[in-house]
Ligand binder design. Structure first.
Ligand code: AMP
Length: 242
């Protein structure tokens, strides 16, 4: 099952993706996480994209396209990718269709997490990530535990683009470039909208139910393509161990 998870910055795409990969044995392809990792490593790509990512704009379609093709072509990830943060605009969505077709795959589900700008502001300003295990916390909704070594304050980090100013810019970019994609997927009858304002476990429960239904259906009609029971779930990038 290939899934796209959509939503504005701070909607909870990364958090939900990390649960979903475990339950459904999928591979999380987060273009944002990949880029942040390159920036941290100060690689050539990281140096080229740092200022764009940190300002809240989108990096070029070519860069992300090259990155996602490297994953789509791999046999071990075939039909088990959750796209988190890709596609972000119509050209990227068209490119994804072409790439998936080239490797004999398709999108089976597009999940949209709906949240208001007010909630996003809180989520983004309160967000921190444990640099050891990759868990995502929020001071308002899901505070980090006080009594563990792993996620203690010395390991918690903020994303470079998690300021209110950049978040607002990222939200605008989302509205202008990414929201029009919803129509694209609605027409393909792939879109399911989920209320992302609720607590994490409630959102996860609803997503899980939707995905179980679709997985059951896919296994029934094409079992040779969707038998992943013996494979391991995988996340992409540094925050992949939880
Ligand atoms: P995210 O972690 O998905 O919020 O992405 C963080 C930042 O990475 C974005 O604000 C963009 O600068 C960049 N980025 C991530 N995915 C894409 C994409 N598909 N196309 C262009 N830029 C992206």
């Amino acid at each position: 099952m290939n899934v796209i998870i959509f939503g504005p910055p701070g909607a909870g795409k990364g958090t939900q993706s990390k649960f979903i990969v475990k339950k459904f044995n999928l591979f999380q392809l987060s273009t944002g996480e990949f880029l942040r990792e390159e920036i941290k490593k100060k690689s050539e790509l990281g140096l080229k994209t740092a200022s764009i990512v940190n300002s809240g704009s989108l990096v070029s379609d070519e860069i992300v396209s090259t990155l996602i093709e490297k994953i789509i072509l791999k046999d071990e990830y075939k039909n088990r990718i959750i796209f988190d943060g890709y596609p972000r605009n119509i050209p990227q969505a068209k490119n994804l269709e072409i790439l998936l077709k080239k490797y004999d795959q398709k999108i089976d589900l597009v999940l949209k997490l709906s949240v208001t700008l007010e909630t996003i502001k809180k989520r983004i300003s309160g967000r921190s990530i444990c640099s050891l295990c990759g868990k995502i916390y929020n001071d308002y909704f899901n505070p980090p535990p006080k009594d563990t070594d792993c996620c203690s304050s010395k390991f918690l980090q903020k994303r470079g683009d998690d300021t209110l100013e950049v978040a607002t810019k990222r939200f605008q970019t989302y509205e202008i470039a990414t929201e029009p994609l919803l129509d694209f997927y609605k027409k393909l009858n792939l879109l399911k909208e989920v209320n992302g304002e609720r607590p994490i476990d409630q959102i996860y429960k609803e997503i899980s139910e939707i995905m179980s239904l679709i997985e059951g259906w896919l296994c029934m009609i094409t079992p040779y393509k969707y038998d992943f029971k013996n494979l391991n779930p995988v996340n992409y990038g540094p925050n992949s161990r939880n």
